[in-house]
Design a protein around this ligand. Sequence first.
Ligand SMILES: Nc1ncnc2c1ncn2[C@@H]1O[C@H](COP(=O)(O)OP(=O)(O)OP(=O)(O)O)[C@@H](O)[C@H]1O
Ligand SMILES: [Mg+2]
Length: 355
Amino acid sequence: MDSPPSPLAPPAPLFSSGKGKGKAPSDPLDRSSTDDNLPWVEKYRPVSLDDVVSHKDIISTIEKFIEQNRLPHLLLYGPPGTGKTSTILAVARRIYGPEYRKQILELNASDDRGIDVVREQIKNFAEMRTLYSKGFKLIILDEADMMTTAAQSALRRVIEQYTRNVRFCIICNYVNKIIPAIQSRCTRFRFSPLPQKEVQKRVTQVVEAEHVNLTEDGKQALLKLSKGDMRRALNILQACHAAYERVDETAIYNCTGNPHPSDIETIVNSMMNDEFSTSYQKVSQMKTEKGLALQDLIAGAYEYLESLELPPQTRVYLLDHLATTEHRLSTGGNEKVQLTALLGAIKNGVELAAH
Ligand SMILES: Nc1ncnc2c1ncn2[C@@H]1O[C@H](COP(=O)(O)OP(=O)(O)OP(=O)(O)O)[C@@H](O)[C@H]1O
Ligand SMILES: [Mg+2]
């Protein structure tokens, strides 16, 4: 039998009408002033699917599924802050309209999702018939990589049993933590880190809406530090805006506690060129003054080394030692000892390059 005429609601308006706000819904970033106390990540969370930046292929595919009323079970995965939760909430809004919360069951890592919950809560919700049922209901299992294997196994049968009137959307960061049986029941979409261009577009809109005084070098630093994570970009921007009149490169690095690239440059250059004890003193002094952690210093040095011209052998030698030191630190190594060891390794590396 063919599916009945689409029971799906038309695309939901961006803002529920009738509140007399009289704001043009055409500007997706025109948030009302009542949202002022919200963190920007929530305030600027995409409302509609069009509002989600990047991932155009994924969005248009999902749109097609919705139009044809053939939404499969979904598995959305990818690194944090790339729009997975936002996308599925926009999908729910698109299907059910502004009252979508009544039609979905959203469980995330903060809810108990042991085997009993899968059996009870999900089954109850799936079996419950609502008055304004739109054909199928949506169960969102956010952060599903934290679910136990037993709970995931229990889900297998539940998914099949209720496919008639329930669609599952499973969201996670690490897809390999989802058992294969569940993966094969879902259509998978990977949310890759957002390209800098896309983050920049969104950041620019927020900067205008919030009147942030963001300088060009500040913007570049922000994009670099956010590494394709829109949540991080917005959080850093908000924190810096609160702390500084003018958000420039230095403000961004200070605010996030990341070492400034020019400090890294000074440190690495000193390690390479100065005499051992002079360099050690200089670096330790800078570390204390600026509150730098050796871990951040290593991350910065790694990036800086990429921009240096070095013989391949030396590069490999230095990278190897950076990696080893980082590993030792992560297992509880002493910062002072590791700093001297690293300094020694860099000295050896430089000597290697001289031959
Ligand atoms: N593609 C995007 N377009 C627009 N805003 C985005 C996008 N991705 C993330 N954001 C912003 O970042 C915030 C967090 O996004 P979201 O909750 O969707 O991330 P997530 O992928 O679910 O991350 P996590 O894996 O940590 O749960 C949103 O509130 C939104 O402001
Ligand atoms: Mg999420």
